[in-house]
Structure formats: structure tokens, C-alpha cells
Design a protein around this ligand. Structure first.
Ligand SMILES: [Zn+2]
Ligand SMILES: [Zn+2]
Length: 269
């Protein structure tokens, strides 16, 4: 049996999940995963930090308490890691550091949750010419990729997934290949990982980003890739991990990484 891990998921510490961390970890163990890293939202800047503050402010002591509870209950069945998904780091670096400094983190995802200044989740994906917005998204991803305080770059291509979910539209980065290459090259140059987010299988039938983008990352010198479901509940945690491992092999990778105390650990694909 291959070594399966999920390095991107959310419990009810995050504003958009209602699942207790112990239940999330138990579901992952029941699915046969070897390792799970919980990566709660730590949103920076407007409008995402406002959203978090309004819906459910980050409760650091509770995160640590639920994590220890999960370790006590399930540590003999699954290795658990403590992580954070830093949203929109460059919009408020000081706030990002407050989160990172407060927690003994194994792993940090950097991701962008806005597009043209709006929350990507609520963006209007029906507008005719989406290319200027996709370009703006990737330009901001490039700024994020340049900063050093992360381990893996999360769900690059998030707007393509939301466009399918919210507007039944299959968009692509074809008109933005130049800036996409710049982002991939920057992640590779900094020896950071690119995340293969399995959630794309639930809407697009492929990981986020897609196999051609993962392959391009490798061509541009990228070596490190992580696998994360972005599951917010027991059903989605650990889902489509095997399909994503196959997609990574198709993109030419033979290994992926998990993280422990912010250091990569190689795993076979
Ligand atoms: Zn995210
Ligand atoms: Zn997430």
C-alpha cells in the first residue's frame, strides 16, 4: 500500500467548517491515510480577514487543545501535523506573522483567496472576458510566491475551480501562460512546493492545478509537490488522494513531500 497523506484540510477552527478536528482525523485514519496535516485558515487583508473576524475569529488555544485531543485519541493510527493556510500573505504580512509565531507549525500553505480585490468565492465568474482577472490573480500569486514564509503554494488555479462550481464555466490560463510560468519558476527557484489540490476532482475532474501545469512546474525546475484535499468535513478529507498521486506520476514526478517542523520529507509516488 502506498504512503498516502493529506496536507490540506480544515476543521471547525476555520470559519467555513463545522467538523471537529478529532472527527476529521478519525475519518482520515478510517480511510487508511498515514499522515494528516490540518491547515486552518489564517486570512490576511481585506476582505478575507474581515470575513474570518466576522464569522469566527481564530481561536489559537482551542486549535492547540483540539489538536492534542486528536493526537491522544488517534496518534497510534495516523501521524498528525499542525499547519496553517495563510491566505493573502502580502495583503497584511504583519498579521500573517502573528499567526505563524503563535503556533508550533509543521507546515504552512500560502494561498490567494482574492481575485481583483474581491473574495474569490463571491466573484462574478459569468462576466464575458475573464482573462484580465485571471492575469490579475496570477500577478498577485507571483508576489505571494516571492515571499519566503511558506512551504507549499496552495491551489494555484482556484478561480478555474470556482468558475466551474459557480458559473458552470471551464476557464483556462492559456492566455496567461507567460505570467503562469513566472509563478511556477518563482516557486521552484525558492525551493518551495507546489500543491496538487485534490478538490478539483469534485468539480473539474482533475487536480488543481491540472496535470499540464504540474508538468510545467517540473520542467521549470520544480521538485517539491504536496497533496491536499482541502476537505472541510469527514467526507472530503483524504478524498481523491490516489487519483492525484497518479496525476503527479503522469506529470513526471516520482516522489512527493510531507512536512515535519517545516522540513520536507520525501515520499514515493
Ligand atoms: Zn484556500
Ligand atoms: Zn483550504
Amino acid at each position: 500500500m502506498s504512503y498516502r497523506s493529506d496536507f490540506h484540510c480544515h476543521s471547525d477552527i476555520s470559519p467555513d467548517s463545522r467538523t471537529d478536528l478529532v472527527d476529521l482525523a478519525r475519518a482520515a485514519a478510517d480511510k487508511g491515510l498515514s499522515e494528516l496535516c490540518v491547515t486552518e485558515h489564517w486570512e490576511c487583508g481585506h476582505p478575507c480577514a474581515d470575513w474570518q473576524e466576522r464569522k469566527k475569529p481564530f481561536d489559537i488555544p482551542r486549535y492547540l487543545e483540539r489538536f492534542e485531543a486528536a493526537r491522544s485519541a488517534l496518534g497510534h493510527r495516523i501521524d498528525l501535523r499542525l499547519g496553517l493556510e495563510l491566505g493573502n500573505y502580502t495583503q497584511d504580512p504583519a498579521h500573517a506573522h502573528r499567526g505563524m509565531d503563535a503556533l508550533p507549525l509543521d507546515f504552512v500553505i500560502s494561498s490567494l483567496h482574492t481575485i481583483s480585490g474581491e473574495d474569490a468565492y463571491f466573484f462574478d465568474y459569468t462576466q464575458e472576458d475573464m482573462n484580465p482577472h485571471l492575469r490579475a490573480y496570477l500577478e498577485e500569486c507571483l508576489e505571494l510566491a516571492r515571499q519566503q514564509d511558506y512551504d507549499s503554494f496552495g491551489h494555484l488555479a482556484l478561480p478555474l475551480r470556482y468558475a466551474m462550481i459557480h458559473a458552470k464555466r471551464r476557464l483556462s490560463f492559456d492566455a496567461c501562460q507567460d505570467i503562469l510560468d513566472d509563478v511556477l519558476r518563482e516557486i521552484a527557484r525558492n525551493e518551495k512546493a507546489l500543491e496538487a489540490n485534490t478538490s478539483g476532482y469534485r468539480s473539474l475532474g482533475e487536480p488543481v492545478p491540472s496535470v499540464p501545469v504540474l508538468r510545467r512546474f517540473r520542467e521549470l525546475g520544480g521538485k517539491l509537490v504536496t497533496i491536499g484535499s482541502d476537505g472541510h468535513n469527514e467526507e472530503h478529507v483524504g478524498s481523491y488522494v490516489e487519483e492525484t498521486m497518479a496525476a503527479l506520476r503522469e506529470a513526471g514526478f516520482t516522489r512527493y513531500v510531507t512536512y515535519e517542523q517545516r522540513r520536507p520529507v520525501w515520499r514515493p509516488l
